[in-house]
Structure formats: C-alpha cells, structure tokens
Design a protein around this ligand. Structure first.
Ligand code: FES
Length: 376
C-alpha cells in the first residue's frame, strides 16, 4: 500500500481537524486523544464537510458531527453510533519524523446503509394528487392562540367561510391546516452553509417524517389546487407562525433555484389579511412576492383585507364590527370565485415549458473560486 504525505505534525496541533486532498477525494485528519486518525471528508448523507464538524467524546468513543444535518461518525472507526449501519471510509496513518502520511486507498471502504424513507415516498417522487378535474382547496390559518383559551380570530373566521363557500357553491374538496396545531421544527438554516444542504424533502422531515411540516408539504405541493392563506397583522407584518412556515418552505423554493425543478405547478394562491389597525398592503406585498417565488399564480384581486385604521385603539370593538360586516363575507366569496375562475384557466398550462428566471450557480461573482473544504 502506498502512503502519501499530506501534512506536518508540527503544524497540526492536538484537538484540531484538517481537510486534505487525496487524489480526487478529500480526507479529514483528526488529532484527538493523542492520536491521529483519518476518515473520508464527505458525509454519507449529502456530502457535508466532516472536517468542519464538531468533535466530542461521547457514547463509546470520539465522534464528529456533520455540520450540515448532524450525522455522526466515530473518528477512529468511521462507524455511525448506535445501531446505524453507515460506515465512513477509514485511512491508515503513518508518522515519519514530522510527516503525516496516509494510505493512498482507504483500509475500510465507505458504505451508506439503506435508510427507510418509504414514509416520504410520495414527496420524494412527487406523486401529485391533483388531476385535470380536481378542485382541492387548502386553507392555511397562521394565527397563533392558545387553543385552551380559544378566542375569535377574524382571519380564521373569514378563511372558514371561504372554504365553506367553495365547498357549497363549487363542490370543492377542502382542508384546513391550523399552523398553531402542527408541531414543527424551525428551519435551521442549512442552506446558509451550502446550497446542497437544503434538500427536498426538507432534511428535518427526512429525519422525522412526523414533523408537522410533512403534512403541509404534502397538502400544499401534492394535493392543493388552490391555497388560501389567512394571517393576522402583527406589528405591520404577517404572523410569526407564517414566517416559521415560510422558512421551512425554502426546501420548495430552492428546488427551483438549485435544480430548476418547479414543484408548485398550475396552482392558485390568495390571501386573507386582517388586523385591528393597518398595513394590509405591505403584508399582501410580502405574501405575494414569496408565493410567486414558490410558483403560485394569483387571481385578479388576490387578497381580502380588513383593518380599521391606525387610530383604532378600541380593539374590543374590532370583532364586533367584523362580525357585523357584509364586506368580509362578500369579498371572501368574490376572492374564491376569482381563484376558481383563474384555476380553470391555468389548469392545463404546459408547466414543463415554465422557466424560472433565477440566478444560477455560475452567475455568482465567486463562481470560479474553489472552496477547499467542500466536497461538492
Ligand atoms: S448530515 Fe451530513 S450532509 Fe446531511
């Protein structure tokens, strides 16, 4: 077996890691517990750089945690902990004076175990439930409240009325998701480490298919023809739960940017925005921008707004006035009519021909600079 010098002992202090190039692949050297070890740098999950991961003594040895989504490997044996069967490649080390040499080939080959993703089969393979004649309307209520101390929500009430109207007048299939009842993790910003770290389905969903966003992905991407989103106005913005959901929708939008894959096709979105005071147009603008980036199409007059103006501090009268309003009932119905009319027009657009005018990887000002730590 040939050995190749890859580093100097004097420049590789204890408690550190170092990524080195070995022919066409990258290997990470570890110097922990008075010993130098080497395993493949590319995480078996999605290729994250293990050399940038955190190294800790835990379980039955010393493990590196992949900085992208947290897979772990023993830095000496390359094995995943517990009963996971993943095996990272392991290289033999020789020390010759100050030189650190590693074997040209791994002495243990990498092997990615089979991970059961059958619970996400429909999302992975994009098994759409929409058909040429389906009329599936998904309501997403983003208001936050303690359900044990339930109160009247203007946005949710208008959304319920919109769904009931769509069902009665058009025979639509309807579903309502109340975000506050979905238990889901925040987006943890994998994308900010590397574009390939943001995956479809979302890595959080992959780690835990029971995460609440799995249902939302399924209903929004695969099932819905129309999405009606209702939000209260909180300090001039949509609700914080809306943002929590929007961040987890990076996984949908990034497929367009990174893979030129448009997941949301021939679907319509519209919004119900209510607040005691003002800023409806600003909220509508934010929602429209994001939803168009996801691939949605809007009907004419794509939002219903309700507010009583900046000076309306008598919030106790908001609900009274809302309940008495014919305006809300009429305009939510008109919004539903417009959505369904628009849907009938766009149902059969040949979405294969839709091109998203996104920046591509090569458009970046640093496109020609190589990042020596990355494997891909
Ligand atoms: S955990 Fe390493 S790439 Fe996902």
């Amino acid at each position: 077996m040939n050995f190749i010098k890859v580093a100097s002992l004097s420049e590789f202090p204890e408690d550190s890691s170092k990524i080195v190039q070995l022919k066409n692949s990258k290997v990470v050297l570890f110097h922990f517990n008075g010993k130098i070890t080497a395993i493949g740098n590319a995480c078996l999950h999605k290729g994250g750089p293990l050399g940038l991961g955190c190294v800790e003594n835990k379980y039955d040895g010393t493990y590196v945690t992949c900085p992208w989504h947290g897979w772990e490997y023993n830095i000496e044996t390359g094995k995943a902990p517990f009963d996971y069967k993943d095996q990272q490649s392991v290289y033999q080390i020789k020390i010759d004076g100050d030189a650190i040499l590693i074997s040209e080939e791994p002495i243990v080959k990498a092997k990615k175990a089979t991970h059961d993703l059958s619970a996400l089969e429909d999302l992975i393979h994009l098994k759409y439930q929409t058909t040429a004649s389906s009329l599936n309307i998904l309501g997403i209520s983003t208001t936050n409240m303690n359900d044990n101390l339930a109160r009247f929500s203007t946005s949710e009430d208008a959304l319920e009325k919109a769904l009931a109207y769509a069902s009665e007048k058009y025979g639509a299939q309807t579903k309502m998701i109340k975000l506050r009842q979905l238990k889901f993790r925040h987006c943890e910003g994998y994308y900010s480490q590397h574009m390939n770290a943001c995956t479809w389905p979302c890595s959080i969903t992959e780690m835990n298919p029971k995460d609440g966003m799995t249902q939302l992905y399924r209903d929004m991407v695969l099932w819905a023809d129309v999405v009606l989103l209702a939000t209260p106005i909180r300090w001039g913005n949509p609700s914080s739960l809306y943002y929590k959901m929007a961040e987890r929708l990076n996984t949908v939008q990034n497929q367009i940017t990174l893979k030129k894959k448009i997941l949301i096709k021939n679907k319509v979105a519209a919004f119900i925005i209510t607040g005691g005071q003002d800023n409806i147009q600003s909220v509508a603008g934010q929602l429209m921008w994001f939803f168009t980036d996801l691939g949605f199409i809007f009907p004419p007059f794509s939002f219903v707004g309700w507010s009583r103006g900046w000076t309306a501090e008598d919030m106790d009268k908001n609900v009274m006035q809302f309940k008495k309003s014919d305006y809300i009932k009429r305009t939510t119905e008109e919004m539903v009519d417009n959505c369904i009319e628009t849907l009938s027009q766009i149902k059969n657009i040949n979405s294969v021909k839709i091109i998203a005018p996104k920046p591509h990887r090569q458009d970046s000002l640093s496109a020609d600079i190589e990042n020596p730590d990355m494997n891909i």
